[in-house]
Design a protein around this ligand. Structure first.
Ligand SMILES: Nc1ncnc2c1ncn2[C@@H]1O[C@H](COP(=O)(O)OP(=O)(O)O)[C@@H](O)[C@H]1O
Ligand SMILES: [Mg+2]
Length: 251
């Protein structure tokens, strides 16, 4: 609780129509940390991030930077310093890399700071700098991922939510993207919450891992602790206290 957590999610519940997909999820993101929510397809990872960012309705409580934000409009949440990078790399294909980076900053009045921020983003993403005049649609998958993260950074967020940044990228590029995220966290103090299907990809980068399955938090912990036990595997696949096929708890 308190100010050392940039984000506190308490008993978050989401339903689509009559189907409840999130059954009371709680976790905290310490300020300046990089956390990863991992879990199989359909676990509720994307729904969780969308609800935090105001994209889907949810019940419970979400506190960001000391303020309850659940129910606020996505634009209002974004303006308060929470930037959401949804799954799927939404790059404007015919706009240049620079135009893609500038497009989210129309509401900013501080032109001079904006130029500094653009330069800062380009120092973190040298590949974008090399391709600054190229059309976004011509970039590789990894470069497009960097572009949408860079664009999110242009709003000067305190917290970034990134949905499956590694999807479809080669392992080497995944490493590169996460190395940059880690530097943003330690050098710029940006807190980061990512979703990933595979825990393997984030084990060496995340400060803490939250395993989500069937709309519930199954396990939380530091990667170094989780790696030592079978707990991560069990939580992810639902073995042990959960039936492997149905996902139902075994009493
Ligand atoms: N807009 C939607 N309407 C109805 N059901 C949805 C919608 N979005 C996701 N779902 C369902 O909610 C569950 C969780 O989905 P999602 O949050 O996308 O999980 P994940 O990101 O972990 O794969 C899945 O069963 C999915 O089919
Ligand atoms: Mg998803």
């Amino acid at each position: 609780m308190g100010q050392d957590h940039i984000l506190s999610v308490t008993d978050l519940r989401i339903q689509y129509g009559r189907v409840q997909v999130l059954h009371g999820v709680s976790f905290d993101v310490p300020a300046g940390a990089l956390l990863a929510i991992v879990g199989p397809n359909g676990a509720g990872k994307s729904s969780t991030l969308s609800a935090i960012a105001g994209g889907v309705a949810g019940a419970g409580d979400v506190r960001f930077d000391g303020r309850s934000i659940l129910g606020l409009k996505p634009e209002a949440i974004a303006r308060s310093g929470l930037s959401f990078v949804p799954e799927g790399r939404h790059v404007f294909g015919s706009l240049s890399v620079e135009e893609n980076l500038r497009i989210g900053t129309f509401m900013r009045g501080d032109r001079q700071r904006l130029e500094q921020d653009l330069q800062l983003v380009l120092t973190y993403f040298p590949k974008l700098k090399e391709r600054i005049r190229q059309a976004g649609g011509k970039l590789s998958g990894g470069e497009q991922q960097m572009l949408v993260i860079g664009r999110a950074l242009m709003t000067r967020p305190k917290l970034m939510l990134i949905d499956e940044p590694s999807l479809g990228l080669a392992p080497r590029i995944v490493e590169e993207v996460y190395a940059i995220l880690q530097r943003l966290r330690s050098q710029e103090g940006v807190s980061i919450l990512v979703n990933e299907q595979s825990s393997r990809r984030v084990m060496s980068f995340a400060d803490e891992i939250i395993v989500l399955r069937d709309g519930r938090v199954q396990l939380k912990g530091q990667p170094s602790d989780l790696a030592k036990s079978h707990a991560l595997h069990d939580a992810y696949f639902g073995t042990g206290t959960f039936d492997r096929d149905s996902g139902e708890a075994i009493p």
